[in-house]
Design a protein around this ligand. Structure first.
Ligand code: SF4
Ligand code: SF4
Length: 439
């Protein structure tokens, strides 16, 4: 694609990077076929190619963005299916990151939207605040129908039936391996996940220590910064990421780390990109060191001797989170591990398509998100699974809110098959949460 940035604009490193991304797009349109928003809305401007054109216009003119452009970019899920499809290697992720930051700095959103984004940025990354908000939203549940704002209604509807007690496993500490030590790894314990589902970190720690890992929860680590990063709020996202980088570098320079293990793939995509986030920043070198050893939990597990067999006879529908399959290109490891321990693994039609969770997308764009959720659950349930597995808490909450069967993290099943407890979610009645007429 031809671009026309001025020499002055090209002095900005962010423009230089976006310029080369824009120039790599050949406008072939292959990406439109796999873009969920294009499939739902059918508007070229809600496709990757359309958005790339809008971003080019917005950055080249250097003007304040208009509401129409912002709307099309806001409707992007950030699922990155377009990056998996693109034959020219267009880095849409970095381009849309730039666009979101530009919009945040140059566009005044309506007051209600600014208030909502402010609230989300100040609650979700902080587990205690998020717990309090979840309890408040739970109390508002019976009045959900009369809440006038559709996004607040969507938030209340997403609150899980049970909010787990705090797990002390998430506190800074070190867990000794149960057999001779093979690796020393840091576990990213996350933020929202610590409030929504403590079973995932508990199962990860049990599984990794059983397989010979010393597991460290580093002091000072917290939210990965993805939530505010995707809102274009750079100072907040950089502050969160810098705290993690300092916490993990301190462990790397101390007793050493073989990997930083991430069991929320949305966080993993961001942490693996820390080097780019901090390009030109004094923290760049350490950000790159952290990114170099950041791994999804399935990538670490595939290098450990997971016992074969052991799983109960059960069909698992594997939902590939976009951040894992597109953002990190981790596609086969979770399925291979589930098969290795003896589960029958099935996959839904159109497994490349997003479930509509996408960070805070289900709260900000509830209508599109609901359509994608229904489509995803329909295709998953068409495989008649006993349980659905995913590697990202956002997808688990989104699909679990209406699947009618248990939705668990892949590590919970692997832990169960290799000596851990049956995942508690398997024994909860999920039938009340079910889209009618799906099964
Ligand atoms: S597939 Fe790639 S090169 Fe083709 S239009 Fe989409 S982003 Fe551009
Ligand atoms: S990130 Fe997803 S929603 Fe956004 S343009 Fe790419 S495919 Fe479409």
């Amino acid at each position: 694609m031809k671009t026309e940035f001025t020499d002055l604009q090209m002095q900005d490193p962010a423009i230089q990077r976006s310029n080369s991304i824009l120039r790599s797009c050949v406008h072939c349109g292959f990406c439109t076929a796999t873009c969920p928003t294009y499939q739902v809305l059918g508007d070229e401007l809600d496709s990757p190619r359309g958005r790339i054109y809008l971003i080019k216009e917005m950055l080249e003119t250097g003007r304040k963005p208009d509401a129409k452009t912002v709307g099309h970019i806001d409707r992007c899920l950030g699922c990155l299916a377009c990056m998996s499809t693109c034959p020219s290697g267009v880095n849409y992720m970095h381009l849309v990151d730039h666009a979101r930051k530009y919009i945040e700095e140059n566009y005044q959103r309506p007051l209600s939207e600014r208030a909502l984004r402010w609230m989300l940025a100040r609650i979700l990354p902080y587990p205690m605040r998020f717990r309090v908000a979840l309890l408040g939203a739970k109390m508002a549940g019976p009045f959900a129908r009369i809440i006038p704002d559709k996004r607040l209604r969507a938030m209340v509807a997403m609150v899980p039936k049970q909010i787990p007690p705090v797990s002390r496993n998430d506190d800074p500490q070190s867990f000794a391996p149960k057999v001779a030590r093979k690796k020393r790894v840091a576990l990213m314990t996350g933020c929202a996940q610590k409030a929504l589902d403590t079973d995932i970190n508990d199962a990860t720690i049990r599984l990794l220590t059983r397989l010979g890992c010393e597991v460290v929860v580093a002091k000072g680590q917290g939210c990965c910064g993805a939530l505010t990063h995707h809102m274009g709020k750079q100072s907040e996202s950089h502050a969160a990421a810098a705290a993690n980088i300092n916490a993990w570098v301190s462990e790397m320079d101390g007793d050493g780390l073989d990997a930083i293990v991430i069991n929320t793939s949305g966080c993993g995509t961001t942490i693996k990109d820390y080097g780019n986030m901090f390009a030109g920043n004094p923290l760049e070198a350490n950000a790159k060191r952290v990114a170099a050893i950041a791994k999804d939990v399935s990538e670490v597990l595939k290098d450990l001797d997971l016992a074969q067999g052991g799983a109960p006879e059960m069909t698992v529908a594997y939902h590939a989170a976009c951040s894992l399959q597109h953002g990190q290109q981790v596609k086969s490891a979770p399925k291979d591990l589930l098969k290795r321990v003896g589960f029958t693994v099935v996959e839904p039609k159109d497994s490349h398509l997003c479930c509509g969770s996408a960070g805070t997308y289900n709260l900000m764009q509830p209508e599109i998100s609901a359509q994608l959720k229904e489509r995803k659950i329909t295709t998953l349930m068409a495989k008649n699974p006993d349980v659905i597995a995913a590697g990202n808490i956002g997808c688990m909450m989104q699909i679990g809110s209406a699947a009618g069967i248990p939705v668990v993290h892949t590590v919970e099943l692997l832990d169960w098959a290799t000596g851990g407890p049956r995942p508690p979610k398997m024994d909860v009645d999920h039938t009340a949460h079910k889209i009618p007429n799906l099964r």
